[in-house]
Design a binder for this molecule. Structure first.
Ligand SMILES: NC(=O)c1ccc[n+]([C@@H]2O[C@H](COP(=O)([O-])OP(=O)(O)OC[C@H]3O[C@@H](n4cnc5c(N)ncnc54)[C@H](OP(=O)(O)O)[C@@H]3O)[C@@H](O)[C@H]2O)c1
Length: 274
């Protein structure tokens, strides 16, 4: 309906029956997103030095991560169900400042049933939200920062703090931002063992170039976006050589493909992005 408020994706995904995904790899089967990820225990894969890091992205068949600057046009119900299921399996969800600004994130797990699911797995009901913002140019009225139930760590090179936030906000200062050192700090001082990275592409590129991505979940939707300048999921990652991926699973639903890959090692002499 023109002018109507689009439904909150979390609510929409919650009210819809779970989609059955057709698994093609490793063995054939049919299962929901919750069944698929329910056995994942990424917190057991952390090292003493840093958390285990998985990145989850959606892209078009021509490799675009956005259409007209947004993810919503290329996301589907099945993709959202996987996205929300993955959030139940980690200590923290990490996003770049631009993704927070554009997508206007709110509470990371808005659904009480999913928070209970996390509790049953021995996790805190609400994951820590980690926001990377070199500049700290973030509006305090962003829904995540106005949510009193949310715990947020803002990784920033700025010495300033935000006024008027209602979330429980801490700052992890690093100038310039050294993501390896940040991860060590998140592991030792905040007890973070498993992080789900949700983009955007520029933050992904920084993580990838430093060898800080262990796994990639990628949904490929059956559309071509065309256009020029639209971001790819690791846009601008300064790699010396292509990074190999090893498939862990592949599923299909209505022409969309849902893949999970282990990310291979990154050449040690890869130049560091700014
Ligand atoms: N297809 C998908 O699955 C998906 C997922 C997420 C987002 N998106 C889309 O992607 C777009 C946003 O992505 P983006 O790549 O433009 O931005 P982004 O990665 O979300 O955020 C970039 C910002 O994060 C901060 N940042 C990231 N890495 C940094 C580093 N190494 N050092 C210092 N600061 C760092 C900086 O913040 P400051 O500017 O504050 O300094 C930088 O400008 C949106 O259109 C969103 O809809 C798509």
């Amino acid at each position: 309906m023109p002018g109507s408020i689009p439904p909150d994706p979390a609510t929409a995904a919650r009210n819809e029956p779970p989609v059955a995904l057709r698994r093609l790899l490793p063995e054939r089967g049919e299962l929901t997103a919750d069944e698929l990820v329910g056995e994942l225990r990424p917190w057991e894969l952390a090292t003493p030095e840093r958390p285990h890091v998985a990145v989850n992205m959606v892209q078009t068949c021509d490799g675009r991560a956005t259409v007209q600057g947004r993810t919503a046009p290329i996301s589907s119900l099945a993709d959202r169900q996987l996205f929300h299921a993955l959030r139940t399996r980690v200590d923290a969800v990490m996003i770049g400042a631009e993704t927070l600004r554009v997508e206007r994130y709110g509470r990371i797990v808005p659904d009480a049933a999913r928070r209970e699911q996390r509790r049953r797995s021995g996790l805190r009901p609400d994951p820590l939200a980690i926001v990377v913002s070199g500049s700290l140019k973030l509006s305090a009225d962003l829904p995540l920062l106005q949510d009193p139930a949310s715990r947020v760590v803002i990784v920033t090179a700025s010495e300033h703090s935000l006024d008027g936030v209602r979330a429980d906000v801490e700052y992890l200062r690093s100038a310039p931002i050294d993501l390896s050192a940040v991860f060590a700090q998140l592991r030792s001082a905040h007890g973070v063992r498993a992080i789900l990275g949700e983009g955007g592409p520029h933050l992904n590129a920084s993580l990838l170039a430093r060898g800080l991505i262990d796994e990639l979940f990628v949904t490929t939707v059956g559309v071509l976006a065309g256009a020029t300048g639209a971001l790819s999921i690791m846009d601008g990652a300064p790699l010396q050589a292509p990074v190999a991926l090893s498939p862990r699973w592949l599923l299909e639903h209505e022409g969309e493909l849902f893949a999970r890959y282990a990310v291979g090692s990154v050449a040690a002499d890869a130049p560091s992005p700014a």
